[in-house]
Design a protein around this ligand. Structure first.
Ligand code: 13P
Ligand code: SF4
Length: 357
């Protein structure tokens, strides 16, 4: 087969390398018969969701990333919303926000490459202050994290004196530093109940707080933040899927509006949603969440038909194979948290992790 050379250098890759680390010399990323053979087992994992015509463009970069992980003693943590070639072919650990935070705490690698959004990389850094944490594109933000500032949290403390403040992990370290504990969508009820009080603030996701309030006797106050991906789903849209085929199961993330959750057969974190599909193996399912997750689960459950409303998270989609490779070649973009902020934010994250175990 003729050699295919994909675009090798992004704009980032051409920028100055950080002096602390030497960039690695890279050879051309050609799709040779050797690369084809060495990556065949990886293509096998994604063959149902990645067309064979695209593989020659992915395979050389995948091979280079997997080789460089060893050179750098790096681990790649990937959120469930990463595209299949990242999720199934270069990630060492995949999961929801809670799983990624817990696994970040366990790793003995020197370098963590966070394939997810910025608050996830910050969380990994809080847990591992001595390690190098890289995010392939630091512009990968989150509408929930952007919806609240540390000043807003201080305002809430004044308005609700003595009421514990739980922050969803989808916030900046500076916001976490003002809060008592973090939570994720998979442990929010447990965290809210852990204080043993009647009233708790759960910020900044209004819909998650409303969902948690339906699962506990604790009064849950919130903030007005929303996820720009999940707030787009509507009740009529989901009813239409069910009317088209009454056997369709609807599985929703708790960042969805209440009218959407009301239509769901099951609600849970991204990891809980995946477990539900793998355990129940419905004939047909709609995953009411970010679009790439259905591809990742479909690759492992070919017997399930996925109805795919495609709401993409533009922030998660900033992470690509190419910038993961650049991250490892040039050791960028490094994530750091100011030490006084980090000390307080770490306490909030560690309280949550300790509550789990
Ligand atoms: P999970 O913790 O359920 O993976 O959610 C993270 C997220 O950003 C969902 O939009
Ligand atoms: Fe943030 Fe929503 Fe994207 Fe998750 S899907 S990272 S909550 S914007």
């Amino acid at each position: 087969m003729a050699a295919i050379t994909p675009h090798v250098e992004t704009e980032f890759a051409r920028a100055e390398a950080r002096p602390k680390f030497k960039p690695v010399e890279m050879t051309a990323l050609d799709y040779t018969p050797e690369i084809e053979a060495e990556t065949a087992h990886l293509y096998e994992r994604v063959k149902d969701v990645v067309p064979s015509i695209e593989w020659p463009f992915f395979a050389p970069t995948i091979k280079a990333i997997n080789d460089l992980k060893e050179t750098r003693n790096a681990v790649i943590l990937a959120h469930n919303y990463m595209t299949p070639e990242i999720f199934h072919c270069v990630a060492d650990i995949v999961g929801d926000s809670l799983q990624l935070a817990k696994e970040a705490a366990k790793t003995d690698a020197d370098v963590i490459v966070q394939c997810g959004v910025h608050f996830m990389a910050e969380t990994a850094k809080l847990i591992n202050p001595e390690k190098t944490v890289l995010i392939p594109d630091s512009r990968a933000g989150c509408s929930l994290a952007d919806s609240i500032t540390p000043e807003d949290v201080r305002g809430l403390r004044e308005k609700y004196p003595g009421v514990p403040i739980v922050t969803y992990i989808n916030t900046s370290a500076a916001v976490k530093a003002e809060c008592d504990i973090t939570c994720t969508s998979s442990n929010a009820v447990k965290v809210v109940e852990s204080f043993g009080v009647d009233r708790v603030l759960l910020i900044p996701d209004e819909y998650l707080a409303q969902y948690v309030a339906t699962q506990t006797d604790v009064e849950v106050l919130s903030w007005k933040g929303h996820c720009e991906v999940h707030e787009r789903f509507t009740g009529p849209e989901l009813r239409a899927y069910r009317e088209a085929d009454p056997a369709t199961r609807i599985i929703a993330h708790p960042e969805c509006p209440p009218e959407v959750i009301a239509e769901a057969d099951y609600t849970g974190s991204t990891a809980n949603m995946i477990d539900w599909v793998k355990t129940n193996k419905p004939e047909k399912v709609v995953l009411v969440t970010e679009c790439s997750m259905a591809d990742n689960v479909a690759a492992e459950t070919p017997e399930v038909e996925f109805v795919r409303p495609c709401n993409l998270c533009p922030h998660m989609k900033r992470i690509t194979l190419q910038n993961i490779l650049d991250a490892l070649v040039y050791m960028r973009e490094e994530v750091d948290v100011e030490p006084t902020v980090a000390a307080k934010a770490r306490r909030a994250v560690e309280r949550m992790i300790n509550l789990q175990s």
